[in-house]
Design a protein around this ligand. Structure first.
Ligand code: HMH
Length: 234
C-alpha cells in the first residue's frame, strides 16, 4: 500500500528514475538541445512520429470512452481527454506542414519495427478489458515524456536550432505541461481508488495497480527505443 500523501506516480518516478531519465534526456534530445542534431535523424523522427500519432488518436478516443464509463461526469475528465483529441487534430495538420517544409513525403514513410511495436502496444491498451486507471497511466506517461524532453530543449542556455524550436514548442510549452499534470492527477486519483479498495475485490485492485506500473515501465522502454530509432544511423 502506498504511503499517505505520496502519490503512486511519484513513487514510480522515483523507483524508475533511470529509465525515465533515459527517455527524457536521450542523446537524440540532447543533440537537439546542443544544436548538433543530424537533420536526417530529425526527418526520420518526423515521419515515424506521424505514424505513431495517427495510431495515438484511436488510443486517446478509447481513453475518452473509458472516462465516460468510469468517471463521474462532473470530474472534468471527459473535457480534458476531449481537448487532447482536439489537440491531436491540430498536431496531425502540423506534421503535414512540417513534413512538406522538410521535404518528407508522409505517404511514402514505411513504419519501422519499433513504430509498429509501439502502435501495437497502443492497440492492446484500447481493449475494453484494460482498466481506466491503467490506460490513464500509460496516456500520462506517453505525453509526459515528450513534454519533459522538448521542454529541456527550450530551457535557458539550450542551443536548439531555430528551425526546430517550433517542434519543441509543441510539446514543451507550459500549456502542454499543465495538460500533463492534469492527466497525472487523474491517473493518481484512479490508482488511489484502486489501492485503497479494501473490499472483497482487494486482490483485483492490487493487480490493477501492478498492471499500471508495468505499462508505465513499458511506455518508458518504448519511448527510449523510439528515440534510438530516430537517432541511429539509417
Ligand atoms: C513516440 N511519444 C511518441 N510520440 C508522441 N507524439 C508522443 C509520445 C506525445 O504525443
Amino acid at each position: 500500500k502506498p504511503k499517505a500523501g505520496v502519490s503512486m506516480t511519484n513513487t514510480w518516478l522515483r523507483k524508475h528514475h533511470l529509465i525515465y531519465a533515459g527517455a527524457t534526456r536521450h542523446p537524440f534530445i540532447l543533440s537537439i538541445r546542443d544544436g548538433t542534431v543530424d537533420l536526417s535523424a530529425f526527418k526520420r523522427w518526423l515521419g515515424q512520429d506521424y505514424i505513431f500519432v495517427r495510431a495515438f488518436v484511436p488510443f486517446v478516443a478509447s481513453v475518452l470512452i473509458k472516462a465516460w464509463k468510469n468517471s463521474d461526469h462532473e470530474s472534468g475528465d471527459i473535457e480534458l481527454v476531449l481537448s487532447g483529441v482536439a489537440a491531436l487534430n491540430d498536431e496531425i495538420e502540423w506534421f503535414k506542414q512540417e513534413a512538406s517544409k522538410w521535404g518528407v513525403e508522409l505517404s511514402g514513410v514505411v513504419p519501422e519495427k519499433t513504430t509498429r511495436d509501439y502502435c501495437r502496444f497502443l492497440e492492446d491498451l484500447m481493449s475494453p478489458d484494460v482498466d481506466y486507471a491503467v490506460a490513464m497511466t500509460a496516456f500520462w506517461a506517453i505525453e509526459a515524456v515528450y513534454q519533459e524532453s522538448f521542454a529541456h530543449c527550450l530551457e535557458e542556455g539550450s542551443k536548439t536550432p531555430p528551425e526546430l524550436q517550433e517542434a519543441c514548442q509543441r510539446w514543451g510549452n507550459d500549456g502542454f505541461g499543465q495538460y500533463c499534470s492534469s492527466l497525472r492527477n487523474i491517473a493518481d486519483r484512479e490508482l488511489e481508488k484502486a489501492a485503497s479498495d479494501g473490499g472483497p475485490l482487494v486482490k483485483v485492485s492490487e493487480d490493477m495497480v501492478t498492471k499500471a506500473e508495468v505499462e508505465f515501465q513499458r511506455v518508458l522502454e518504448y519511448e527510449v527505443q523510439f528515440w534510438n530509432m530516430s537517432h541511429g544511423s539509417p
